[in-house]
Design a protein around this ligand. Sequence first.
Ligand SMILES: [Zn+2]
Length: 207
Amino acid sequence: MLINIHTHRNTGRQIEVVNRTFEDLVPEYFSFGIHPWEIERWDEKINEMSQVLSEENCLAVGEIGLDKLKGPNLVRQMTIFKQQIQLAEQHKLPVILHCVKAWNELKNLKRELKPKQPWIFHGFSKAALTKEVLNEGIYISLGQAILTSLSLQNALINIPLDRLFLETDDASCTIEEIYQKVSELKNIPLSELEKQLEENFKLVFTK
Ligand SMILES: [Zn+2]
């Protein structure tokens, strides 16, 4: 069974955790949260989040996080992020993280908040951060970038299989392509990769 832990496109072909917004219909499994780009639009809705997070098929809070290139100022983003982390802790849900040029801030928040729920760095592409992210106890989710980025492909050596997830995000590639590439790079059979990622999924997306 292939598992796509973060996508904006519901294909219904595998286990997919679809990123839902306030406007969407309800996909089978989904994550829910206020994206840093959407804060101005949705911050008043944060009180309504609890209800959605308690829905049976809501498997994670996300994507949420910090973005220095887009969205409102970082202080505002951090406030909303912290509130959502609190909700994730209350609802015992893992967090799917969006982090753009804000790793130090994110790392410091992790250390400050000491969350019990797992965090997953989604769309991970900064090979140089691999060890640091793993050292903070954060899972890594790889998407389309692993198909082409040589530095990321090299960094994969340092990502243990039990700390890894795969996703398509909003890219047009398929989850099959990403599994295939990772199994080649890790030099393990596809079936073994599938099995390990299923175990990771059961461990982290516990609902
Ligand atoms: Zn996304």
